[in-house]
Ligand binder design. Structure first.
Ligand SMILES: CC(C)(COP(=O)(O)OP(=O)(O)OC[C@H]1O[C@@H](n2cnc3c(N)ncnc32)[C@H](O)[C@@H]1OP(=O)(O)O)[C@@H](O)C(=O)NCCC(=O)NCCS
Length: 145
């Protein structure tokens, strides 16, 4: 398994995996991806098996308050996706470890993340990788026109 930072050259590989994780329009992804590549507080990793992109991870350094944390800034796992046929091979584990090393340059001592309430596989992965559950949150919205 070869892990590389995403780049303009690997944009298509990254996009293909990103769309599988977040079902949005391609155009909205591309604009954000270009911005992320230029952002030094953001990390994007791709995992390759031979020449085939099989997983992606996005992380950031968050300076605003993150639920459950005690310090600032913290590293934050924004998204992770592994193609189904490559799961349970330790790829997410390898990717997440790289975030921990990357976050040291920002003096982070906490690494936070979130997951949908029903994504129990993600919960299992987080626990296996040393994360502890802090809070369960319900978001609300109200239209005000
Ligand atoms: C969650 C996900 C990223 C895990 O990737 P992965 O490469 O399979 O994870 P790893 O192989 O590194 O697994 C690490 C540990 O997590 C736990 N784990 C991972 N998948 C699991 C599953 N399906 N059931 C139970 N535990 C699981 C295990 O403890 C595993 O260690 P083990 O295989 O030695 O038992 C992958 O399933 C995925 O892409 N899911 C869809 C996208 C998603 O939900 N992303 C997270 C959004 S918050």
């Amino acid at each position: 398994m070869n892990i590389k930072p995403a780049s303009e050259a690997s944009l298509k590989d990254w996009l293909k995996l990103r769309i599988k994780l977040w079902n949005d329009l391609e155009e909205s992804h591309l604009q954000e991806m270009h911005q992320l590549l230029a952002e030094k507080h953001a990390l994007q990793l791709l995992a390759y098996s031979d020449d085939h992109a099989v997983a992606m991870l996005e992380a950031s350094i968050r300076y605003e308050y993150v639920n459950g944390t005690e310090t600032s800034p913290v590293a934050f796992l924004e998204g992770i996706y592994v193609l189904p046929e490559y799961r349970r091979l330790g790829i997410a584990t390898l990717l997440v470890r790289q975030v921990e090393a990357w976050a040291k340059q920002f003096s982070c001592t906490e690494f936070a993340s979130d997951a949908a309430l029903d994504n129990v596989i993600s919960h299992e992965m987080h626990r296996a990788l040393g994360f502890q559950e802090t809070e369960r949150v319900v978001y609300f919205i109200k239209k005000i026109d």
